[in-house]
Design a protein around this ligand. Structure first.
Ligand code: ADE
Length: 231
């Protein structure tokens, strides 16, 4: 899988060298290339933003450097997905992480300030033979820019790439994989600070354990995220 990230803060992504993503990168499973948007400017001070047309607070990212950056990273590609993280986007959830994990070429465009001139999204969408476009939100809150959201998306999708996670079984029994929250987990010792492990887990009865875990999933989901059961 190839991942291109365009940002005005390339150094932000140095954390991609650590942990599982770092290992996958070193092993050649994921090819991550981080680009500085300012390298695609041709103006003094490498300016990438301007005032919002129509007025209003803040600054908007200019389309020209984005157009050049996308032309460069999409050159020669035919099956990319270009992601624009935005609090106004579709909610990023586990099924979308799975879709991204199956995409051979992902491009993440990190907006800052009040966002990127919308024509960049529109123009990219006029090239379906090259790339599909997705505007994705990490959640109903506002971050200072797309970088943190992109980091989360790379980790969520990256760990689903075959070969990334040590034990693939651990992927199927997690929160959201089956639309429910995960059951609680315990390890040894059986009693810790006076708190007991649920006895069924020590019973050796695999059917009873599976039934208990399912009930825990349903109870947790009903209590904490009831809307997940409505769909
Ligand atoms: N940029 C700023 N806030 C964001 C959010 N909630 N999700 C994705 N990108 C963002």
């Amino acid at each position: 899988m190839r991942i291109d990230v365009v940002t005005i803060f390339p150094e932000f992504f140095s954390v991609l060298d650590v942990s599982l993503v770092g290992k996958a990168r070193a092993a050649g499973l994921i090819d991550i290339r981080v680009h500085d948007l300012r390298d695609f400017t041709h103006v003094r001070h490498r300016t990438v933003d301007d005032t919002p047309t129509g007025g209003g607070a803040g600054m908007v990212m200019k389309p020209e450097p984005w157009g050049e950056a996308l032309d460069a990273v999409l050159e020669g590609t035919a099956d990319a997905v270009v992601v624009f993280p935005s609090p106004a986007g579709e909610l990023f959830r586990q099924p979308i992480a799975r879709e991204l994990a199956e995409t051979p070429h992902l491009v993440f465009c990190c907006g800052r300030y009040e966002g990127i001139d919308q024509r960049v999204v529109e123009h990219t969408a006029t090239r379906p033979e090259v790339a599909a476009v997705r505007e994705l939100s990490l959640g109903d809150y506002v971050l200072n820019g797309g970088e943190v959201a992109v980091m989360a998306m790379i980790e969520a999708a990256g760990r689903l790439v075959p070969g990334m996670v040590g034990n693939p079984d651990s992927l199927v029994e997690e929160s959201h994989e089956d639309g429910l929250l995960e059951y609680p987990s315990y390890t040894k010792p059986a009693v810790w600070r006076g708190l007991e492990t649920p006895p069924v887990l020590l019973s050796g009865n695999h059917a009873a354990i599976a039934a208990w875990r399912r009930e825990q999933q349903l109870e947790r989901t009903r209590r904490i995220r009831p809307e997940l059961l409505e769909g």
